[in-house]
Design a protein around this ligand. Structure first.
Ligand SMILES: *Cc1c(COP(=O)(O)O)cnc(C)c1O
Length: 390
């Protein structure tokens, strides 16, 4: 039995998940579940999906052995290179799957929410490739912070709708996208960007991201390597981690998720309901959701996918936090030692390895880190921080 199975018929992973949506959204969730179930067991659909991933998204992505860092750290460090996928991160795996599913359901339009803009750009990319209309909901605050990504989405033919409710950031953009989905469900699919939201999203998005773990475990075997001792990924909503973990859940590998210290739902959250799911959330005593804050906008989500809450509860995966300072160091260290500038998000996973290599990780261990994205999008911000640092 895998620790990462299908959720039960109510969409629950143990005590987490479910489908906490208004009645008006129930038919849409059920329709989507049926459509995904039928597509995922249809060899024509999966063949089309695989072909898009290889021909358009550049898969398989390689595994890179970090020779210099391995020597420094005393562990064998390998990276799964999602930074080399089209649009620069793992997000393309999910959006191509959901865009293909949108077409199969006979819908002509995809909507999406975005915080930092990365999922918006990926969604706009997938929509352009498959000839779908695309509308992206984005908090007004984020629109100002991420002007270049707004322009990218527009270049790709998407419409960006500013969200002015609440704190005008990601959490509010999700609410707005759900509202829009209720009113246009006949011709519109809501493309959620991580393993979150009501059933079937957490399961479906994990399945679309499982290509990361499947490839990585095959690549390890093909090189004659044993299963890694540690499999490590950063966690915002948790999609790149879920995708990588799923390839190793049935092995002896330790699964490690690394959250941002200022947004650590497992580390400092409590159970609650948000965006259609029951999961660990950062909230105050009366259940008001608190803002997540970290150096990387892509990890600023006050919750975590329900399956991660479950994996933490049953002890199959462990979750730790990395501070902004550790992350900045990790980004520079990988850049200098290995010639790869990682995304700030991915640098969280590296930061944990760098911190623990001399501490809890036994010398000689094999460590596989998911390099979820490239750092080009972050260099201006990093430059600004380093310039003003004492
Ligand atoms: C969006 C993003 C993440 C966080 O999302 P998950 O769903 O937790 O994977 C991590 N890394 C990069 C590069 C991202 O763009």
């Amino acid at each position: 039995m895998s620790a990462m199975n299908e959720p039960d018929e109510l969409g629950r992973f143990g005590n987490f998940g479910g489908r906490f949506v208004p009645e008006a959204l129930m038919p849409a969730c059920l329709e989507l579940e049926d459509a995904f179930r039928s597509a995922w067991s249809d060899p024509d659909f999966t063949a089309q999906y695989r072909q898009l991933l290889s021909e358009f998204a550049g898969r398989p992505t390689p595994i890179t052995h970090c020779e210099r860092l391995s020597e420094e750290l005393g562990v064998e460090l390998y990276l799964k290179r999602e930074d080399l996928a089209h649009t620069g991160s793992h997000k393309i795996n999910n959006v191509m799957g959901q865009a293909l599913l949108t077409r199969r359901m006979g819908k002509k339009r995809m909507i999406a929410e975005t915080g930092a803009g990365q999922h918006g750009v990926a969604s706009a990319t997938a929509a352009a490739k498959l000839g779908l209309e695309c509308t992206v909901f984005m908090g007004e605050v984020d629109i100002h912070r991420q002007e270049l990504n707004v322009f990218r989405m527009e270049l790709l033919g998407a419409r960006v709708v500013p969200v002015t409710s609440g704190s005008r950031t990601l959490k509010d953009a999700v609410n707005e996208a759900m509202r829009e989905w209720v009113s246009c469900v006949g011709d519109t699919h809501y493309c959620i960007g991580s393993v979150m939201g009501p059933h079937p999203f957490p399961w479906m998005v994990r399945e679309f991201q499982s290509v990361i773990g499947t490839e990585a475990s095959t690549q390890f075997a093909d090189r004659g390597l044993l299963v890694p001792d540690y499999v490590v990924a950063c966690v915002g909503g948790g999609s790149n981690a879920a995708g990588l973990f799923s390839g190793f859940a049935n092995t002896s590998a330790r699964l490690i998720g690394v959250e941002a210290a200022g947004g650590s739902a497992i580390g400092s959250g409590s159970p609650g309901v948000l965006h259609g799911m029951r999961s660990m959330l950062i909230q105050d005593d009366v259940g008001q959701i608190e803002e997540a804050h970290s150096i990387s906008a892509g990890l600023d989500y006050p919750g975590i996918g329900p399956e991660h809450s479950h994996l933490a509860e049953i002890g199959r995966a462990q979750y730790f936090a990395a501070s902004d300072d550790e992350v900045l160091d990790a980004l520079q260290r990988l850049s200098r030692r290995e010639g790869i500038i990682p995304a700030l998000e991915s640098a969280h996973a590296l930061a944990w390895v760098f911190r623990e290599a001399a501490v809890s990780i036994a010398p000689g261990s094999t460590v596989l880190v998911n390099l979820s994205g490239r750092g080009d999008k972050d260099v201006a911000q990093v430059r600004e921080i380093l310039r003003t640092q004492p």
